[in-house]
Design a protein around this ligand. Structure first.
Ligand SMILES: Cc1cc2nc3c(=O)[nH]c(=O)nc-3n(C[C@H](O)[C@H](O)[C@H](O)COP(=O)(O)OP(=O)(O)OC[C@H]3O[C@@H](n4cnc5c(N)ncnc54)[C@H](O)[C@@H]3O)c2cc1C
Length: 493
């Protein structure tokens, strides 16, 4: 069947909209008809660059509402997007047609004896973490708790517990999925195994997940956690430390020590920082941060202490680095092998500094991040076991530009593409010089972390060798390409 042009719903008759309203319990908000104060706040999202004035926003209250809404979308051939935590980097949860906005479906129930959590499809990480922590358990979720489980699970999902337990998606036991015809099916190792394969890394290509069932893990509620910031003159020394932090500390911690390096720009200069997280007591955790203490002096106010795990993912503490006025974001990623070429990092930081200098006031909250965590557990799962294709050991480099002026949107979309293309070219050249064909357990794994990308990458960069199977499943579960917002696979192309 393949992809066809979909309607934005602006020409729907009032009878059609009334039919939708009467078929569901939740609200139907229509642009230009519903009060502005009700409509406009629903468009808000983490990256305001991706605000699109949708014609219809549906706020389902139940799985039945979702099913009826999807049938309506299919009947009228509407453009549709799913919005949960609204934290996409690529804009994949907004659109001009109909939005299925999952914000009212955030109920989580935990079975402490079985160590499982059942979360409605609009739940945020904070909902699941809080419910689990209340009974001494932890889910695998991302490093901050305000993202939706919908996006992070279907896209793969890396958290500080991933070194011990794998991806967020690797901890998914089952899901209920609303398909393009409005039917609801279970996907698990027992039922619809192909769909279960696809929703773990294939994003929203196959349907809307109405409910996720996760494996939880026994854990002490407290971890040793903190952010260390250093003066600008420590930037080179901080980059020289990344291999040590990874090889001698992260990789010798049995998955308990997670570490990120950061470069942010202050007063026009790159300033180094490290975020650390240790799953154990302070006395043990301190051993893992000795190189950071030696790198000092540390900025006053930065450092580590024992915190509840849920506090470590609390977004508030990161707001200092991401002030709310810089609310337009682009982000992307690539991966570099260990030992990392410090020369490449230095060139990358220099280029980052130059980009920020083009609009110093606007881009001052931008970040360059080196993810030094242990990905061996993620890479130990066979590449064809799920749709997720970045099962590779190596350091993920994330770059995020943020600003506040709409006029910069177009320019920054291009800047980030050029930026990451240059970093990838340096990495390729370096690999060739060192004779590194590839790293990690699976030579065909991708080097992109697709959840942190601009939405314009090639499908093969996202799904790697799993692209063929993605196409087969798309033909089976969504032949008309209704779900077309996050790296949609077209079965006919
Ligand atoms: C500040 C910040 C921190 C982040 N930290 C991490 C991190 O530590 N680890 C990590 O792995 N990623 C991280 N990410 C990336 C994040 O996982 C993705 O942006 C993710 O898509 C966000 O999901 P969401 O539900 O909040 O987003 P939304 O914008 O609501 O949705 C994103 C995508 O998911 C789809 N989707 C949402 N809900 C469902 C559902 N119920 N069923 C099917 N599809 C659905 C949407 O269709 C859309 O394509 C971070 C992002 C931000 C902005």
């Amino acid at each position: 069947m393949g992809r066809s042009k979909r309607s934005d719903g602006s020409n729907l008759s009032s009878e059609a909209l009334d039919t939708l309203r009467s078929s569901i319990k939740g609200k139907v908000i229509v642009k230009g008809q519903s009060p502005e104060e009700e409509y406009r706040p629903l468009l808000e999202r983490w990256s305001r660059m991706h605000i699109k004035e949708a014609n219809i926003i549906v706020l389902p209250e139940s799985e039945e509402d979702i099913s009826s809404t999807i049938k309506f979308v299919a009947e009228h051939n509407l453009d549709v997007a799913i919005a949960s935590g609204r934290h996409t980097f690529s804009g994949s949860s907004s659109g001009y047609g109909l939005i299925i906005d999952m914000r009212n479906l955030r109920k989580v129930s935990v079975d402490a004896e079985k160590s499982i959590a059942v979360a409605q499809g609009g739940s945020l990480a904070v909902d699941i973490e809080a419910a689990a922590e209340a009974v001494g358990l932890r889910p695998v979720m991302g490093a901050v708790n305000i993202t939706g489980c919908g996006g992070i699970t279907t896209g793969g999902g890396i958290g500080n517990l991933s070194a011990q337990y794998g991806l967020v998606a690797d901890n998914l036991l089952a899901a209920r999925v609303a398909l393009a015809d409005g039917s609801i099916v279970v996907a698990s190792d027992e039922e619809n195994q192909d769909l279960f394969w696809g929703i773990r890394g294939g994003g929203s290509n196959f349907g809307l997940v109405t409910e996720f069932t996760y494996k939880l893990h026994q854990a002490d509620p407290l971890v040793y956690f903190g952010i260390f910031m250093f003066p600008p003159d420590k930037i080179d020394a901080s980059l020289e430390l990344v291999n040590t932090m990874h090889q001698d500390y992260v990789m010798k911690s049995n998955g308990k020590f997670a570490c990120f390096g950061f470069s942010v720009i202050m007063g026009g200069n790159p300033v180094p920082a490290f975020l650390i997280w240790y799953d154990g007591p302070e006395e043990e955790g301190k051993k893992y941060i000795q190189p950071l203490l030696d790198l000092g002096p540390i900025y006053p106010g930065s450092g580590a202490e024992m915190k509840r795990h849920t506090e470590t993912t609390d977004w508030k503490q990161f707001e200092k680095m991401s002030p709310p006025q810089f609310s337009r974001f682009v982000g992307t990623s690539t991966q570099i092998s260990y030992p990392i070429s410090v020369d490449i990092l230095k060139r990358t930081v220099q280029m980052f500094k130059e980009v920020v200098a083009t609009h110093p006031e606007n881009l001052s909250a931008s970040k360059l991040i080196y993810d030094l965590r242990d990905f061996s557990k993620v890479a130990s799962v066979p590449l064809d076991a799920t749709a997720y294709a970045n099962r590779r050991e190596g350091c993920l480099i994330y770059v995020e530009f943020s600003w506040d002026k709409e006029e910069l949107d177009k320019e920054m979309m291009q800047v980030i593409k050029d930026f990451i293309a240059q970093v990838r070219a340096w990495i390729k050249e370096d690999n060739e010089q060192k004779g590194i064909a590839d790293v990690g357990a699976h030579v065909a794994a991708t080097t992109l972390y697709a959840l942190i990308s601009d939405g314009d990458e090639k499908l093969v960069s996202v799904f790697g060798p799993n692209l063929g199977r993605m196409k087969e499943l798309k033909k089976k579960y969504d032949p008309s390409v209704m779900w077309d917002k996050w790296y949609p696979v077209d079965p006919e192309v």
